[in-house]
Design a protein around this ligand. Structure first.
Ligand code: C2E
Ligand code: CA
Ligand code: CA
Length: 731
């Protein structure tokens, strides 16, 4: 029962609409109003001309006073025309949302009033000045022309004034005015239809005007169905009634009226036509209302997804930037009081790792809530991951940041949480918000992992480093295309013989502006901006090409280790890229090693697991890079099957003086051997390191003791000179 009522209420349009939906319907009505008002203005113009020709001119020439004639025969058309013009102007400017300055407003009103005044006073005089000597036809033509000019000027004047007024009022958000305008227009249209048809009916003509007008109102202006029923019902019923004679009680009978000798009946067939027309029109209106409502809902859903971050409900980055750009442009003189903030959550990754993804999401939602509470009067958005952006004012910033930090800090008892905030102060209103946000982000980046410092401001001293970063992001495509990115090869040797058993490809960026750039300058930036796959696929291709050339030239070759970033597996099908290159250059799979860092494997990331399985299944050797640098190293060993474990170079840093370090490395090597993994130690810088590692049975060594990373040419040269002896055997 309740459901049935709910259904009927919905069909009749009694449901509560959201602001978006009613605005959408309102917008649609305004659009319809603009078509309708245009037609009405044309009709009224035509009517004015017709009245002038058929009534005013003959009667004026017959000696009746002009002013009386004008009032009698044109005033109602003027009224309709004014309303139509006003509504048309209003509709046309409705969406523009700009505001006239005071001076423009006064100027427009003055110009408009002058036009109207001119036509009201001078226009009349010109008309009366028509000479009686001119033939009636000539006079008629001239007068029609004069009336047209008169009408034109008057309408233009009225329109200008109306536009100015509406523009002023609309910007004060007087929505009521719009509703009043539409409703007034509806009533005027209906009144016009009824009035004209009623008189025509008795004159023996059609009732088309009434039907046309209700059709207008019904189809163009869509109200809620119950309002439509009310408007159309009353109009039809009222009009139908006047055509009948009231007989007392509820009964009516058709009238018989004789006008100018013609007898008219309202025949019963017309009654049926009326009802049919009414029902069809009402049904169409219902259908249109529900159609538009559906459109509104779809468009809302679409718009929402285009503007909102689905997880936190804050604005997404794109929309935030758009809004920021708009508000910056509209800030008055005190632009310097505004600041962009970029938030990064301290230890978010640790939180995610320990508490799981779901808890991580909840945490992000909470942070979004904190931010929008603390910065309730500012523009807030989420950039990505645990990165949030805010455009706010300087006053009270410090207290707000402390408050926010406190809230985030208090979220978990065990994990040390907090915020890093980078800030960029605006200088002028034409700054690109994306660049400003990026600078704030850069400032935040500099205090990452420094728990005590929560605030960092972008200033001039940062700008050089910042520009280098920006340069890298903007030029990665160029660099790839122009061959600025090249692999250097660092030899890897057998610990027993110190003969060459492989090499690692390490990226170098040979830049025409900055000279040689090292990975620590570009790898983190490219990872941060999710561009690392561009560099990596370029390095892989170069490495494969180099091997192919060496093979073709009959040189001895060694396997090359390629570094895979965790993001490579997200941003491209890294396995396919690798395998296709191997096929393209016809390189045997045992000449390629895939290095994945331990930290890449920390997250529960199934896509990566699958990729690693595929790599193994395809027959490539899988190496674990930087073993021991993270905090769940042993888990990684347990969960994945690596061929080689690369022991992180920090274990060697204090080897000579630390018994503990020596024992640790020894144990790692033994453990790896027990689970059938081979070992390599990186960062071997001294003879003592190498001797120790050989004694404990570490299989391979890599480090400055043997060689720094070398250009391809230098690498070959050392092989050619016999300084590096290629060998595929351990002993
Ligand atoms: P990694 O993979 O751990 O590479 C070893 C790094 O240690 C290299 O630095 C190498 O030059 C350096 N190294 C080698 N022997 C010694 C030594 O005896 N002592 C010291 N102190 N350092 C030594 P590099 O070339 O600057 O690369 C740094 C990191 O950048 C690499 O660490 C790797 O994570 C990343 N990387 C380099 N090239 C690529 C690449 O093509 N793609 C990706 N995704 N990452 C790369
Ligand atoms: Ca590596
Ligand atoms: Ca490494």
């Amino acid at each position: 029962m309740k459901r049935a009522f709910g259904f009927i209420a919905r069909v009749l349009g009694f449901e509560k609409l959201s602001k978006y939906e009613s605005d959408y319907l309102h917008d649609a009505n305004i659009r319809s109003c603009s078509y309708m008002s245009f037609i009405v203005v044309l009709i009224e113009l035509w009517m004015l001309i017709r009245q002038t020709q058929t009534k005013i001119i003959p009667k004026y020439q017959a000696g009746e006073p002009l002013f009386d004639l004008l009032v009698r025969y044109t005033s109602k058309y003027w009224l309709f025309m004014l309303i139509g013009t006003g509504l048309m102007m209003f509709c046309l400017f409705y969406k523009r949302g700009r505001r006239l300055s005071k001076r423009q407003f006064i100027a427009l009103v003055a110009i408009g009033s002058a036009c109207m005044l001119y036509t009201a006073v001078l226009g009349l005089e010109t008309f009366t000045a028509t000479s009686e000597a001119i033939t009636p036809v000539m006079a008629g033509i001239m007068n029609v022309m004069l009336v047209s000019v008169y009408v034109f000027l008057f309408v233009i004047g009225a329109a200008i004034v109306m536009y100015a007024l509406f523009d002023r009022l609309k910007n004060k958000k007087i929505v009521l005015l719009e509703h009043v305008a539409i409703i007034a227009f509806t009533l005027v249209c209906l009144a016009f239809g009824i009035f004209v048809s009623y008189s025509d009916f008795w004159g023996g003509k059609e009732i088309i005007c009434f039907l046309t007008m209700v059709l207008y109102v019904g189809c163009l202006l869509i109200y809620r169905p119950y309002v439509t029923i009310l408007i159309l019902g009353l109009s039809f019923l009222g009009f139908h009634r006047v055509l009948l004679t009231y007989q007392g009680g509820l009964s009516f009978q058709q009238q018989e009226v004789v006008i100018s000798g013609v007898t008219r009946h309202f025949i019963s067939g017309d009654s049926v036509n009326y009802v049919t027309f009414f029902i069809s029109l009402t049904t169409i209106c219902f259908a249109m209302y529900h159609g538009r409502l559906n459109e509104a809902r779809n468009s809302k859903a679409l718009e929402k997804s285009a503007k909102e971050d689905p997880l936190t409900g804050l604005y997404n980055y794109g929309y935030f930037s758009e809004l920021a750009e708009e508000s910056i442009r509209h800030f008055a003189g005190d632009i310097q009081q505004n600041v962009f903030l970029f938030f990064d959550v301290h230890n978010f990754k640790a939180f995610n790792d320990q508490r799981g993804f779901e808890a991580g999401d909840k945490f992000l939602i909470a942070i979004a809530k904190y931010i929008s509470e603390v910065f309730s009067d500012s523009l807030c958005g989420r950039q990505a991951d645990d990165h949030f952006v805010v455009l706010t004012r300087k006053e009270g910033l410090e207290q707000k940041l402390d408050k926010l930090n406190e809230l985030v800090h208090g979220y978990d008892d065990e994990i040390l949480l907090g915020i890093n905030c980078g800030a960029y102060h605006l200088n002028s209103s034409d700054e690109d918000p994306r660049i400003s946000i990026d600078r704030a982000r850069y400032a935040a980046q500099l205090i990452k992992n420094r728990f005590q410092t929560i605030y960092s401001e972008y200033d001039k001293t940062m700008s050089e480093a910042y520009h280098k970063r920006l340069y890298i992001i903007n030029n990665i495509d160029n660099a790839v295309k122009n061959g600025w990115i090249v692999p250097f090869y660092q030899p890897v040797v057998w610990s027993e013989t110190e003969e060459l058993c492989g090499c690692e490809a390490l990226a170098r960026w040979m830049d025409p502006v900055y000279g040689q750039l090292y990975p620590n300058e570009f790898i983190p930036v490219l990872e941060e901006y999710r561009l690392i796959h561009k560099l990596d696929s370029c390095i892989y291709e170069s490495a494969f090409r180099d091997i192919r050339q060496a093979l073709d030239a009959g040189r001895p070759v060694v396997p090359v280790s390629l570094n895979f970033s965790r993001l490579d597996f997200e941003l491209m099908d890294a396995v396919a890229v690798l395998d296709n290159l191997a096929a393209k250059y016809n390189i045997s799979k045992d000449l390629v090693h895939v290095e994945v860092t331990e930290s890449a494997l920390m997250d529960n990331y199934t896509k990566l697991d699958e990729a690693l399985d595929r790599i193994k299944a395809l027959g490539y050797s899988l190496w674990l890079d930087d073993f021991g640098s993270g905090y769940s190293s042993l888990n990684v060993l347990k969960d994945y099957q690596f061929d080689v474990v690369k022991i992180d170079m920090r274990f060697l840093s204090n080897l000579e003086n630390s018994e503990k370090s020596r024992t640790l490395i020894d144990c790692i090597v033994q453990m790896a051997n027990r689970i059938n993994m081979s070992t390599l130690t990186e960062g071997v810088e001294t003879r003592a390191h190498a001797d120790f590692l050989r004694q404990i049975g570490c299989d391979r060594l890599q480090g400055y003791l043997f060689s720094r990373p070398l250009s391809k040419e230098a690498f070959y040269e050392r092989i050619d000179k016999g300084e590096l002896i290629v060998s595929d055997k351990r002993h």
